[in-house]
Design a protein around this ligand. Structure first.
Ligand SMILES: Cc1cc2nc3c(=O)[nH]c(=O)nc-3n(C[C@H](O)[C@H](O)[C@H](O)COP(=O)(O)OP(=O)(O)OC[C@H]3O[C@@H](n4cnc5c(N)ncnc54)[C@H](O)[C@@H]3O)c2cc1C
Length: 376
């Protein structure tokens, strides 16, 4: 018997949908509320490392994901010189196992759609444009009131509501994300034939420039610079800014830049990071994914960590008969140190870049690759 009979999941991102799917499959009744009226119709790309792919396969969506994304097994490092000289191409760690690609690029909205479809098909009760107005818990459950005036009582509430988690605030946890000092411009566009894997260019006018194929016809490309407030720029000015910053990068970047014409597909985000000390629960409310930890995407592991949090939580809830300290201790033991290492390594790379210090980035990438190759 699962440790819980009914669960409220707050947030329909990777962590929330993955938790909901896995609990519902085992007979737990799950309500999922997502504050947005719908999943995003447009968005950038996402790089899914092997350990994320392993979790997606567990969720039963691997067939759809593999058809929609662009798999590859190598990572390229290029120089910020006039030819975009390829310095080295090395095999990426196949952290999901030998039968999965090392990495896959995907359009984010497609991934969100696939997970949401799977949640609905599994029997998750989803509500969009609704969130939690209040939480009150006692020894046996959580009374929840919703912004649409409805209410419910749950054995457990999972706060999977992202980096600005309102659930975190409702629990009175005051660990907030701090700025890292850098920001990333991401632009979604057509994939030229010259782009068949992620290539990274360290140095030049930006800390980092790179691109990732997300499908036969698409990619996302990115440049990382000092953080700033670009909210006053028009879409056209944002596209011009990206193209100007990227003009120092060559090789496949030349093909990419000339095909970037859609100003509506440019997105800017400042890097932030935080890590909640253990435990991530208060009574019968637990935080997972970006609500509990976040980091700059220098290792592209944030999504994988969110999916792993979901798997471990669901597994413990389904296998444990009772929601007790032993269950929460087991959750902490399997998640906290692993997420903390990924956050620290991601921040270390960002710090090396900020300090213009020649750190051993390939070494760190491989160390984390080895760590996350062990199932969560
Ligand atoms: C610039 C950037 C690039 C990144 N690139 C990668 C990458 O390539 N690969 C990778 O693995 N990771 C990447 N990440 C990290 C990754 O995006 C996150 O770690 C991951 O999305 C976390 O999933 P989540 O479900 O915890 O949170 P989110 O994806 O943020 O989902 C939270 C959901 O909750 C909803 N929500 C918010 N508030 C409420 C509320 N009050 N009530 C109900 N719903 C609410 C939101 O609308 C959202 O749908 C990147 C992060 C950044 C910032």
């Amino acid at each position: 018997m699962p440790a819980v009979n009914n669960v409220l999941v707050i947030g329909g991102g990777l962590a929330g949908t993955a938790t909901a799917i896995q609990l519902t499959r085992h007979g737990v009744a799950v309500d999922l509320v997502e504050v947005k009226p719908d999943i995003a119709a447009i968005g950038s790309g996402i790089t899914l490392q092997g350990n994320a792919l392993r979790e997606l396969r567990r969720l039963g969506v691997w067939e759809r994901v593999s058809r929609a994304g662009f798999p590859y097994n190598n990572l390229g490092l290029r120089a910020p010189d006039r030819d975009g000289t390829l310095l080295v191409e090395f095999p990426d760690v196949r952290s999901g196992g030998p039968d999965l690609p090392a990495t896959m690029g995907m359009p984010r909205p497609l991934l969100a759609r696939i997970l949401l479809d799977q949640a609905i098909a599994t029997g998750v009760k989803t509500s969009f444009g609704v969130t939690v107005a209040g939480l009150e818990q006692d020894a046996t459950g959580v009374e929840v009131t919703f912004t649409d005036g409805s209410a419910g009582r749950y054995d457990l509430v999972v706060g999977a509501d992202g980096i600005r988690s309102a659930t975190r605030r409702m629990l009175g946890i005051s660990v907030d994300p701090r700025p890292v000092g850098m920001g990333i411009w991401r632009v979604f566009g057509p994939r030229p034939a010259s782009v068949t894997r992620t290539d990274l260019y360290y140095g030049g006018p930006c800390y980092l420039a790179g691109y990732t194929p997300t499908g036969e016809d698409s990619l996302y490309a990115y440049v990382v610079e000092d953080s700033g407030d670009h909210s006053g720029l028009t879409p056209e000015q944002r596209l011009a800014r990206v193209c100007e910053l990227a003009s120092a990068y060559h090789g496949p970047w030349d093909d990419i830049r000339s095909a970037l014409t859609d100003p509506s597909r440019v997105n800017y985000t400042n890097f932030e990071t935080h890590l909640l000390p253990a435990p991530w629960h208060r009574g019968r409310v637990v935080l997972i994914g970006d609500a509990a930890h976040s980091c700059p995407p220098t290792l592209a592991q944030g999504g994988a960590m969110a999916l792993e949090d979901a798997t471990v939580l669901a597994e413990l809830l389904v296998e444990g008969d009772v929601l007790d300290d032993a269950l929460w201790d087991a959750f902490t033991a399997r998640r906290h140190a692993r997420a903390a290492e990924v956050v620290a390594a991601s921040n270390q790379i960002a710090q090396w870049l900020l300090d213009h210090e020649q750190g051993d980035i390939p070494g760190l990438v491989h160390r984390i690759g080895d760590l996350v190759s062990q199932p969560a």
